[in-house]
Design a protein around this ligand. Sequence first.
Ligand code: CA
Ligand code: CA
Ligand code: CA
Length: 479
Amino acid sequence: MTRSPLLRSFLPLCLPAVAVAQIPQFALTFSQPETTASGSGGTVLQNLRPNEIVTYDWLAGPCATVSAEKFVPRTCFHTMAGDENGDGLYWNPALFGTIDALCGRQLPAVAGTQNARTLFWSPSAAMGTTVSALPLRPGDVGHIVNLPGDGQVEYFMRQEQFNQALGLAPATPIDVDAIAFSPNYGVLFSLDADIAATTVCGPTFVRDGDILCVPGWAVTWTPDLRVGAVMPNSAAVVFTEAQIDALVVNAGVTDRFGACIPNAVDLESIEIDWSAPPPPPAFPCGGIAIPRPHLIFATETMTGGSLLTTVGGGTIYAGPCGPVGTPCPGGPTWGPQIGIRPASTTTGAASFVNAITDARVCRYVLEPQQHVLPYFGAGGPPTTIDVGSPFLWNFVFIEIAPPVVPVSLTVAPAFSALCFPDLYTPSLTFWGAAPAPFGFGSIATPAIPPLWSGKLLFQSLAFGGSGLELSTPTVIDVQ
Ligand SMILES: [Ca+2]
Ligand SMILES: [Ca+2]
Ligand SMILES: [Ca+2]
């Protein structure tokens, strides 16, 4: 029996997506612009920005060429959000400021992958409300959905609910800086600044290095496991900043200069560490016991991109491909342990891990080399769109978009069950094929004729994964 040449050509391409769905991964953000360890085939996808989500990934099989690769480019956020600030452009490199906290939707255990519609994030700068009826502020954790129309914010947990749990007035401006959750433990989080609150223990001075918990019993979950309501004054400090300081010291990890890190300063990212039985509950005051899990975490001091865990009194986190950080005093934490390049031959990468969540993903992305073509009626040359794909053959479609947000139609799980779930319709036209034999490729856009201005939307399709998969979308503003 021989398979047809067509099937044989597609069969190997299905394997990476399947493997991706079975090996634990993380989605994360970095605090500073960084470069992927792999170089991403020389494409613009190698440039990671603090408002883009990346995935701890590998390009040549599990743990071969470990690299933090771009998974949600800012251009995808721009397309989902539309002209949120009303300046006529989709392009907004300042959107969200930084993404400083991440968590994922609870998914079926089998074949569940996270994507740009299922992950929730917290910005450090508010998104505009020209398109969305609801804001996405530094104190919110939410994402952008296409119901009832494109560009709308849906919350995992909103600022008012954090404030209620903290005994603060609902409009108090806060900045959620780290988040993790489970239905049993509830919502674990940290804030970006110290604040005088009223927790389950009464008046409490909450520090930016504390980890708080709104216990499971204080949360009313929506059917899809978002936070519907919280009990007032229910938050509790479950790891104090002093305890986090001690965990950091015990872990014995170096920073980007090779110095042993002596403290936490600001707690920056958390995810539940299910690899060990939970520690004893926290007793924040009196006889009140708050169950808590072990946590993978990063602090502001952990430059070079290290990760620690609360297991064992504080240890360097053993990632899927080795320890994520350099033991003290073993030289700098360089960056390749988390998949990014060092700053120089003597200094590690500048970033700390600003947000992290468990996430199996299918990484299939587009990013143009130029986001805005400022031709002003004169016309001009094409630009190039770079493609990051697990599939060899990528069929790139183009749409001349109206000046408003293009319409997206959710086609998953019937189609694109693993990658981006929505097809941007209604008038996609086949533009060209972009092969990505080593995971990356590129394709030129049309040249712009004189007197034409508007928006060009691109999205790529591939046969593989669940059958037919879609890339993240991108929009180019032509002025
Ligand atoms: Ca805009
Ligand atoms: Ca925030
Ligand atoms: Ca953070």
